[in-house]
Structures are given as C-alpha cells and as structure tokens.
Write a protein that binds this ligand. Structure first.
Ligand SMILES: Cc1ncc(COP(=O)(O)O)c(C=O)c1O
Length: 405
C-alpha cells in the first residue's frame, strides 16, 4: 500500500498551516479526513441528481433513490447484517444509542432492573444509560478497569445476574485504545438473557466486523469516523428487536397508511426513519465504505497497527513521557502525558509544527477519574499517516518536554 498515493486522495493535505508546515493529522479517533471520492459523491448528489428519495417518479428522484438504497446495501455488507432491514440510518453513534436507550430500554425498565456499562465508555455510551436508570430507578453497574486499562472481565461476570437488561460496551476505548473481548462479553451476557449493544465508533476504520458472527443485538457507528461525512450514522439491530421497538420518531415516510384514528407503520427499516433522511450523508457514507473496501480493511488495519507499534516503541524510550494504559490488545489510539505539562499546552505546541493531536478528557470523564488525571494527549493513527510523521511527533514531544522543563 502506497501511503503517499493514498494521501493524495485527501484534499486537506494539499494545505499547510500559517507557518507553512504540512498537516500531520493524528486525531483520527475524533474524526477521519475525507477522501475526494466521498466529497465528490456528496457534491455529485447535490449538483447532479438532487431530489427526495422514495417519492418521485422523475429521473433525479429515481437516481437519488437508487443511490440511497445502494448505500444501505453497502452498510449491510460492511457489517454483514442478515438484512438491510436491520440497518437504520441515524445522525451518528450518539443518536443511535439514545434511540436504543429511549425506545428499546426505557419503556420496560423498572427499579428492579439493571444496566451494565464500563468505566472506559465515551459519554455517548454512558450518559444515555445513566439517565435511563436515573429516570426509572434501575441500577447502573459499571465494569471496572484493571491497572493496565483492560476491562476487568471477572468483575464484569460478577455484575451479571437476572436483573441485567442490557450491557452497553465499546469495541475500542477512544482514549486508551483498549480493544475489548466482545465475544467474551456477549457470551457471558447471553447466559442471563441480557441484550448487548456494541459501540463500534472506533472499530470500523480499522477492523472488519461481522454482526452475525459476533451475535450482538445492537451495534452503532458514525460515518465521520470511517472517512464519511458528519451527521450520518448507523443503528444495526437484530430484526426482531427493531420490529418490537416502537418507532424512533413519527411522521412522514414511516407509515403505510394514516387515518384520523390510526396509523399503520411502514416495514423496517423505514419504520424507524421518519422524515427526510440525510440523503447526502447516506450517499457519502456509501462512498466512504466503497473507499474502505477498495483499500481493504485488513490492509488498513495492518498499516495502522504497524504505526502504533512503532510509536509505542519510540515512546517507551522517551524520557519524561508516560503512555497511559498497557492493554493486552490495542487499536491505533495512544494516550500519554508529558511530565506535568498541561495536555492543552502540548497540543498547542505541536500544532505550531503542523501536528494535530487531541488534548483533554476525550468525553470520558469516568475514565479520567479512574486514571486520576484531568486529561491526556491522544494520538490516533489513520491510513494516511507514516513512520516519518511518528518521528516528527517524537521530536515535537521532546521539544515540548525540554521547553517546559
Ligand atoms: C467510542 C465512541 N463512542 C461514541 C462516540 C460518539 O460519536 P458521535 O459523536 O459521532 O456520535 C465516539 C466519538 O468520539 C467514540 O469514540
């Protein structure tokens, strides 16, 4: 895989910062950059065949409807769902989780029930469950972490009992990079009849996913983290669960027939997609999945894994810099601190050199509390990063450390 050739497909890298430095983008866990093919797909829809989907018989409407359907098929194949009916478009991961919390969990949740999340969850996969529990009196149980930043699986298993209605866990920690053993979690939850939601926001750029093999009940992700646009995401749910759920919202597009007295809802997936969809977003997501497929998710994984291993090796020997967490399996995300230097100072310093990293709590306050820090510096790799960029990061970190010493 020729990274320089791939990088050329991302127009953002044609620019430099005000100091003339190339962009070294190491914030892929926050969002990925967009390749030309995705930008063109979105612009192509608006300029070439803009129309609402499913309702028109004229040619732009037909073209838009076909593109929309093709994108749903691309999503289905990407995660190997049994049917396109199981792939609901949402505005993103957070939206999808809120929908499951409000429409699947809440209606039957009582004060004798419980929900399990983990200490490493992004707020998007924490607050909706916490609020559902607070509103119903159900108990929120939190899987603790080991000192290495792995889930404590034995502690998790001891939290399981018949009261547990749902387990919501991330595939990959967006802060520490920990890769969780989803199969173990799902197997254990099944014994107690608990439903499992997988937050795959950080997974899909790096690794293939097969929801049937995994046997999760729900899986959610955002388009913008897999080279797609913002404002679009996917809620995968097993057909019987999506069927059993009342519509996520009500309005046009999700009905078969409306009378003054009653409404007959449309079949899946339309039942859960009221109103005009984010058509450009869906088409952009379809193009993004096409882009990933063309590169091959295994090749992407091999590339980002090699970069992560190289960065960890170099960081190990970097005096004054501490990598947080030593998980057994790690994705392309590394959190670190530079002595007592505030993470925002590190990020601003690096930014002048064209290096974009993220500093702060990464929407994981409970994890920050567990780690006993206010924030961290986070480095996350993507397909367009190179070992030379890692070297520049290391030089930058040395400079920050020495400057603030
Ligand atoms: C693990 C994880 N879950 C959920 C989210 C929320 O994603 P979004 O803001 O696209 O809804 C993120 C975003 O960083 C994430 O990394």
């Amino acid at each position: 895989m020729d990274v320089e050739v791939i990088k050329k497909q991302f127009p953002i890298f044609d620019q430099t910062n005000p100091a003339g430095k190339d962009l070294i983008y190491l914030d892929n866990a926050a969002t990925t950059q967009k390749p030309r093919v995705v930008i063109d797909a979105i612009a192509g829809y608006y300029s070439g065949y803009n129309a609402n989907v499913g309702r028109g018989s004229y040619w732009p409407a037909t073209a838009a409807t076909v593109a929309f359907k093709n994108a749903r098929t691309a999503v289905r194949e990407f995660i190997n769902a049994a049917s396109s009916k199981e792939c609901i478009f949402t505005s993103g991961t957070t939206d999808a989780i809120n929908k499951v919390a409000n429409n699947y969990l809440m209606p039957d949740l009582t004060s004798s029930d419980s929900v399990i999340v983990s200490e490493m969850e992004h707020h998007g996969n924490f607050v909706p469950w916490q609020q559902a529990c607070l509103r119903t009196g159900a108990r929120l149980k939190v899987i603790p972490l080991t000192n290495d930043g792995d889930l404590d699986y034995e502690a998790f298993e001891s939290l399981l009992d018949d009261s547990v209605k749902l387990v919501a866990v991330t595939a990959i920690s967006n802060t520490l990079g920990t890769k969780n053993d989803l199969q173990r979690i799902i197997r254990a939850a099944r014994k107690y009849g608990a439903v499992v939601l997988v937050d795959a926001a950080q997974l899909l750029t790096h690794e293939p996913i097969d929801v049937q093999k995994l046997d999760c009940d729900f899986l959610v992700f955002s388009g913008h983290k897999v080279f797609g646009p913002t404002g679009i995401g996917v809620l995968y749910g097993k057909e019987e669960l999506l069927e059993a759920m009342s519509p996520l919202s009500y309005g046009g597009g999700m009905v078969k027939q409306v009378t003054v007295e009653q409404t007959v809802f449309a079949d899946l997936p339309k039942k859960h997609e009221a109103g005009t969809s984010n058509i450009a977003g869906v088409i952009g997501l379809g193009a993004a999945i096409g882009f990933v497929n063309q590169l091959g998710i295994e090749s992407i994984h091999a590339h980002t894994k090699a970069l992560t291993d190289y960065a960890l090796e170099r960081l190990k020997n970097l005096e004054g810099v501490t990598v947080l967490g030593l998980p057994k399996e790690r994705a392309a995300v590394i959190s670190l601190v530079v002595g007592q230097v505030h993470p925002h100072d590190v990020a601003s310093f690096l930014s002048e050199r064209g290096i974009a990293i993220r500093a702060g709590h990464h929407c994981t306050h409970p994890l920050m509390q567990r780690l006993g820090v206010q924030g961290t510096c986070r480095i996350s790799f993507g397909i367009y990063n190179t070992p030379a960029e890692v070297d520049q990061l290391i030089e930058g970190l040395e400079e920050v450390r020495d400057f603030f010493a």
